[in-house]
Design a protein around this ligand. Structure first.
Ligand code: GAR
Length: 189
């Protein structure tokens, strides 16, 4: 009974989860990476960390239901109980959601409900807000909606650039997400 991480790109949050689980000897293993993009850096990270991975490309399937059914089959094969979205840039459909209700969490780089979607950091920076942050929440059928588990604020300082703000947010993500995921899967939330 393990954890699957879903990622689409760089995978720095996946890396921080792997690093913490190894360092802290988590009770529940990270047993699988699911990635929807063949060239994602997350795959290299899985290879380097010797975490099993499956690249499942939606373009290889006739529709979203069949794409997600292949994911569900893979999750069953690896006996996955918990799903951790870490920069997975697709909306989870009901094919995955129904069998994993309450078992999927996501991290988002803003204080939701502000700035949902794919460009949250840039939108907060250009708005401009003075405080943004990180949200960890359960997944439901919406985009970056679902009950909030944890939030941490990050200030946008006058001398911040978009790059420095991204860096500050990612540092919070890499600290907060492993902590919350561990508590969750160990039943201590
Ligand atoms: C993270 O900042 C995560 O919060 C964000 O994508 C980034 C992935 O980075 N997720 C979303 O915007 C979800 N709407 P990573 O691939 O380096 O972990």
């Amino acid at each position: 009974m393990g954890i699957a991480v879903f990622a689409s790109g760089n995978g720095s949050n996946f890396q921080s989860l792997i690093d913490c689980s190894n360092k802290e000897n988590w009770e529940v293993p990270i047993s699988l990476l699911i990635c929807d993009r063949p060239n994602a850096k997350a795959i290299e990270r899985a290879q380097a960390a010797k975490v099993p991975y499956r690249c499942i490309n939606p373009h290889d399937f006739a529709d979203k239901v069949r794409y997600e059914q292949e994911i569900v089959n893979t999750l069953e094969e690896y006996q996955i109980k918990w799903i951790v979205l870490a920069g997975y840039m697709r909306i989870i459909g009901e094919t995955i959601l129904n069998p994993f209700i309450g078992k999927i969490v996501n991290i988002h780089p803003s204080l939701l409900p502000a700035f949902p979607g794919k460009h949250a950091i840039e939108e907060a920076f250009t708005y401009p807000v003075k405080i943004t942050g990180v949200t960890i929440h359960f997944i439901d059928e919406g985009i970056d909606t679902g009950p909030i588990i944890a939030q941490e604020a990050v200030s946008v300082d006058p001398d911040d650039t978009l790059a420095s703000l991204e860096d500050k947010i990612h540092r919070v993500e890499h600290r907060l997400y492993p902590k919350i995921v561990r508590s969750w899967v160990e039943g201590k939330l």
